[in-house]
Design a protein around this ligand. Structure first.
Ligand SMILES: [Zn+2]
Length: 146
């Protein structure tokens, strides 16, 4: 598709003199180079966008999130002036990956502390360790003294 676009662009530049950018009217070589550069930039942007959309769609489904909603959100943010920020917001907001239950191997959502399939209590060790290490915040200490 990229090669077809390049072919069309070069042909138009060579055949139609009015299509050439102002200032490059007389220089066919420069006009061809300019159109190849523009097509390359646009196709890099397009393929990066398609890759981003595809990644968000599959990744959100894998994490048990609303994949249609997130795909539309990132897709609608892309053409705006803030562009990639939709993808950044997705990366910040996404749910942690589900993990297998230690007893029955059923996939358990990261927010569950028990397995919905066999009711086993399965708190991930990394999560509990993090929680124990966390010191009480200033506001929590103030609340305790009150
Ligand atoms: Zn289980």
């Amino acid at each position: 598709m990229y090669l077809i676009a390049i072919g069309i662009g070069v042909t138009v530049m060579l055949r139609v003199q009015d299509a050439r950018p102002a200032g490059l009217q007389g220089d066919v070589g420069l006009a061809v180079l300019a159109i190849v550069g523009i097509i390359t930039a646009v196709s890099i942007f397009l393929s990066a966008s398609i890759f981003t959309i595809g990644y968000v769609n599959r990744d959100s489904r894998r994490r048990g999130m609303n994949s249609a909603l997130w795909t539309w959100f990132v897709l609608l943010m892309l053409p705006t002036s803030v562009g990639i920020i939709g993808f950044v917001i997705y990366l910040l907001m996404r749910e942690p990956l589900p993990y297998p239950c230690p007893r029955c191997n059923n996939l358990v959502g990261a927010r569950f502390n028990f397995c919905p399939n066999c009711n086993a209590i399965c708190i991930r060790p990394a999560r509990t360790a993090k929680r124990k290490l966390r010191r009480p915040t200033n506001s929590a200490r103030i609340a305790r003294t009150i």
